[in-house]
Design a protein around this ligand. Sequence first.
Ligand code: ADP
Length: 405
Amino acid sequence: MIHDQSDERIRHSTQDHSPSGDSAAEAASGADQQLLRVCSVLAHELRNPLNVIQASADMMNPKSDAELHLQSSLRNQVERMTHLVDDLLDMSRSTSGKFQLRCEPVDLKVIVQSAVQNMSSMLTSHQQSLELLIDDQPCWVNADAYRVSQVLINLLSNASKYSGEGTQVRLEVSRQNALIEIRVIDEGIGIEPDLLPDIFDFFAQSTSRVSLEHREGRLGIGLGLVKSIVEMHDGSVQVRSGGPGCGSEFVVRVPACEPVDRPSNNTNELSMDMQRSYRVLVVDDRRDNEFIVRSLVAKLGEHDVRSAHNGSAAIAALESFVPEIVIMDLGLPDITGLELAREIRKIDACRETFLVALTGYDDNRLRQEASSAGIDLYRLKPVSIDMLKEVFLHPQLMNRELMTG
Ligand code: ADP
């Protein structure tokens, strides 16, 4: 396990975060808090190796079909592992009452389309087809889009995982008076009657021989998260199955809301001009991470990239180099990334510098502290070329450029 002092500083700061005023969290048992701590540390430690693998895949220049296949397998595996890490952390958050939603009116049809897209490679690799039946009526919900998409992906990936090749998965979305109903129906191995009542409990899993053959990535967390998320949206989830061999059906119901007219935030409308050259400072004490970020930035275009391996070297670099973008780890050996951000903001020439935290710590309180310290974006490892593209084309960065000329 990778362990260094800088990680320890941030770790203490995340441990100290008591969920002020949150009665569910106050009621959480010491064991749940301990589990949350272990999962946070584990998630952080796993994000560093994932960072290296993701970046290596992105750096590959495939020249043959075999290399292309290898690159796509690497990316798929990193995505799966990142998903498992996220699920593990979410489970511990939901049991310790630290799970938070960011709800707003969203068009469920848009979330469904992106979840379906997300699932297409899994379905194709299992030679399964997806039938999508979507109501003509508006299907808007007041929801956290990310979490709703997590619900859909967990149900769809189970439908695929627990079904054989050549079967069909059906996804139906309809409006039923004041509710939106989502049905995920498969023709798979089905569920034994004695598992049905407990299936939404964390770690409830079938021990049947047929089910054990479908071991791929089984943690026993997915349905527990589905239930927690759906109930936090004032909804419900039910399961039906005719028994082994008869397929399964999961039904989610959440309250509908009125559609909202919002100007589209179409990223295609953004200038995709990656020719613009930026001065970029990368701050990370881990040289493999620093090398990865530098290499990926270089892949994006002709940028002037410098690096620093601790806070004081970063501040010294600012004397001669006024970066437009700083990409920084939060656990540095001398000062924390938050202290570094505050120092950078004190320098007149760097008031408009776009500050991006790149960290293994998925922690809401730390996110808020980062924002108060002047950090513009908070992104989780593993870093990928797509993530950096999003940073370099971020509307906030572009608006600043327009303002400063
Ligand atoms: P995991 O799939 O990682 O074991 P989940 O919480 O998603 O965890 O599911 C719990 C258990 O419920 C699974 O292990 C499996 O036994 C059963 N299950 C879930 N979805 C299905 C499905 N669509 N068909 C058959 N069994 C399922």
